[in-house]
Ligand binder design. Structure first.
Ligand SMILES: Cc1ncc(C[n+]2csc(CCOP(=O)(O)OP(=O)(O)O)c2C)c(N)n1
Length: 197
């Protein structure tokens, strides 16, 4: 297994997500499948979080659609490196559409965590921030420390997007905290909360 930067990561994914979602206000969140969705649930289940339970590779495309449909709202896609790698084409669409209200944050543990911690392409040097920059995300960044996480939170809530950040996190498996499992319920409560606000 290639060590990659993930072998030296010091950030805990749960702490990163808790920081990014603190005082989230009316932020719309699309949570990528598996661990990213569990991180969001651990930070507090919320009707304005739409969790993908098994739809791998779709998180950013959904975020682009939401951001284009609701330019009055901030949209955050929180997902894993494996999930992002499966939906790379969505970065090209986002880079062309350039929704200023969209942020995409990849929690990069360099592993397919849920299926057994197999190394992903990022463990072998694929740099998703460079991919995003090439697709048109100005200022795409890689975050490795707490101070940068705080800056990223400010960019998500107030910055001129589209924002893209890879956050290098440790390859760990924190205790499961599951969001509701009923897809129809997740969709309906998200729509209801969005229309209410
Ligand atoms: C199309 C498809 N292929 C494979 C899977 C199985 N699968 C579920 S989670 C996962 C790994 C996700 O990895 P990543 O996005 O990096 O998340 P993390 O490492 O944070 O858990 C895989 C391969 C799936 N759900 N859908």
């Amino acid at each position: 297994m290639s060590p990659g930067a993930g072998a030296t990561a010091t950030l805990h994914r749960r702490e990163v997500v808790a920081t990014l979602l603190a005082d989230r206000g009316d932020l719309l969140v699309v949570a990528g499948l598996g661990a990213s969705a569990w991180d969001c649930a651990a930070a507090g289940d919320h009707p304005l979080t739409f969790s993908l339970w098994g739809g791998m590779g779709q998180a950013t495309m959904m975020g682009v659609g939401l951001a284009c449909a609701r330019p009055d709202r901030r949209v955050l896609v929180l997902t894993g490196d494996g999930e992002m790698l499966m939906g790379l084409g969505s970065l090209a669409t986002a880079g062309v559409q350039k929704p200023a209200n969209l942020s995409v944050v990849v929690l990069d543990n360099e592993r397919y965590g849920e299926t057994g911690m197999q190394p992903t392409h990022t463990a072998h040097g694929v740099d998703l921030a460079v991919v995003a920059a090439a697709c048109g995300f100005g200022g795409a960044s890689t975050v490795t420390g707490p101070a940068e996480v705080a800056s990223l939170r400010a960019a998500i809530h107030r910055g001129a997007g589209p924002v893209f950040a890879v956050v290098k996190v440790m390859a760990e498996s924190p205790p499961l905290v599951l969001p509701p499992r009923d897809g129809a319920l997740l969709k309906q409560r998200f729509r209801a909360a969005l229309h209410r606000a």
